[in-house]
Design a protein around this ligand. Sequence first.
Ligand SMILES: Nc1ncnc2c1ncn2[C@@H]1O[C@H](COP(=O)(O)OP(=O)(O)OP(=O)(O)O)[C@@H](O)[C@H]1O
Length: 284
Amino acid sequence: MKIEVKNITKKYGEKLALNSLTFQLDEPKIYGLLGRNGAGKTTFMEILAGQILASDGEILIDGENPFDNQSLTESVCLIKEGNNFKKDLTMKNILKINSYFYPSWDQKLADTLVKEYNLNPKAKVKTLSKGMESALGIIVGLASKAPITVFDEPYIGLDAAARKKFYNILLEEFEDEPRTIIFSTHLIDEVSLMFEEVIILQEGKLALQEDADVLRKRSYAVSGSLEQVKAFIQNKEVITTKQLAGMMTAYVFGNMEEAKVSGLTVEGVPIQDLMIYLTERKGA
Ligand SMILES: Nc1ncnc2c1ncn2[C@@H]1O[C@H](COP(=O)(O)OP(=O)(O)OP(=O)(O)O)[C@@H](O)[C@H]1O
């Protein structure tokens, strides 16, 4: 489904959470929605899911506004970092309710995931640990098979093994049936390899929208002796440098090819570091 974000502004009182945000998502891909605390990610995702209204501007999903639009709300599944479900309901009932709500619900997948995460379907949400509640959110998000599935930090309390399981299943599901997955996270290093496109928000505005592979190639880390690296980075756009025992690593913004001919050791820069750099630079 095509998502057009057109000059979205959201104000909470005097606070400008989104400031004339504009971009477009054309294809079913795994999108990484990144940004510092308070950048406006959750606000954007709630407007996309039709849960809140923008103060100005509009989001169109295949040309229609998602707010109060049932056929569209069935197409968008937003899983937040907590409080996704009524506390007095059992897991089984939550899965049942969601199976009625989402036309493309996959009960077989839901059952498999309940077993994978060792969950007791008879348990009420209020008795679940944080990690178990997150697992339930992940199950609903994946099994919804909603054409637009949005995960907003969905793994609070999940240990590393359980998160890895989630990423693997997400990728498998995506490969079988591509859909638009928007993934907002602060654990960028852990998941950035999944992203096909990266959107970075800063203070309610778009700081960057870029193909993830292009982004990986637009920056590099170069290492060698202090003198060599210092000489190399003259006239380069340097993200940051680290020094240890006469050796230096410099993170540079530019084409990796320019470094490969230098004879120095060259590596990619993690998207997380790039995000930090880009949001610092733009705000400067
Ligand atoms: N209900 C609300 N009432 C008042 N201010 C709000 C409300 N929701 C969000 N904000 C403010 O809007 C801004 C954007 O918040 P939002 O939660 O969208 O950011 P975020 O990028 O998701 O942040 P984080 O990474 O910390 O979750 C913040 O300054 C926040 O304090």
